[in-house]
Design a protein around this ligand. Structure first.
Ligand SMILES: [Zn+2]
Length: 247
């Protein structure tokens, strides 16, 4: 069977002499594995469109074990990713999360859209890398069914009282006085919590539309990162390198 779909190349691994094995995030079929034969030859018409983080229209034949790329035409290349080690490291981390989450059905379209937006902001340097990272993490987890419960304190329903404690192992929120009763220190200030709420509740197009003072961004960054690691339930291979280059 032949299918035509838009997709983003999450991974491109060389195999044989000049072939690539691709992992492609598509809106219609989730994550698809496909071989792009001869695509590493400079003259191949598949060369650009099957490169890492290229967003392309693919025509695929379903093979016995994996699809075969018949045609691919470039829709969007995020050039900025290839000029900046930090942006590339973050993009690879996002791709690993997307592969791990492995979305299907309607979720695949939402995850693809979010990842394309994240790569755009990274590539164009429109936002700080840590802000993009936290926003991607919390929103992708929300899309995947791991939405943290940020409405109010899980113990007393207080929703607006300055500092809060976000419990990364449960996704629950505690106000300062409930946290103190448990002998726990708060890990979010008011702007960091407002940003977390914005990321999970805003419309798709607004996810990255916020700013934070450096101290609050650091708190957001830490909470989002820890929550992600717990939800992923496995070490992320791309994270150790990312941590060496993330500013
Ligand atoms: Zn409380």
């Amino acid at each position: 069977m032949q299918i035509t779909t838009m997709g983003l190349v999450l991974r491109a691994t060389k195999t044989g002499e000049a072939d690539r094995i691709l992992s492609i995030l598509t809106a219609d079929y989730g994550v698809v594995s496909a071989v792009a034969k001869g695509s590493l030859r400079l003259k191949s018409k598949l060369f650009s469109a099957t490169s890492l983080f290229c967003y392309s229209e693919f025509t695929l034949f379903e093979g016995k074990t994996m699809c075969v790329v018949d045609e691919a035409s470039v829709q969007e290349v995020f050039f900025g990713l290839h000029e900046d080690v930090e942006a590339m490291a973050l993009a690879m981390y996002f791709a690993e999360i997307a592969s791990t989450v492995n979305p299907a059905g309607e979720e695949a379209a939402a995850q693809l859209k979010l990842l394309l937006n994240s790569l755009y902001f990274l590539s164009e340097k429109k936002r700080q890398p840590r802000l993009i990272k936290a926003a991607y993490e919390l929103r992708t987890l929300t899309n995947a069914g791991f939405m943290p419960n940020l409405v109010a304190c899980a113990a007393c329903m207080q929703y607006d009282s300055g500092s809060f404690f976000f419990d990364c192992s449960t996704g629950l929120l505690y106000c300062q006085s409930c946290a103190e009763k448990k002998g726990i220190q708060c890990n979010l200030d008011a702007p960091a919590l407002a940003a977390m709420r914005h990321i999970i509740f805003s419309q798709d197009s607004k996810v990255f539309s916020f700013t934070l003072p450096p101290q609050s961004l650091a708190l957001l960054s830490q909470a989002a990162g820890q929550y992600t690691l717990i939800c992923m339930e496995k070490p992320m291979k791309t994270l150790s390198f990312l941590e060496t280059v993330l500013t």
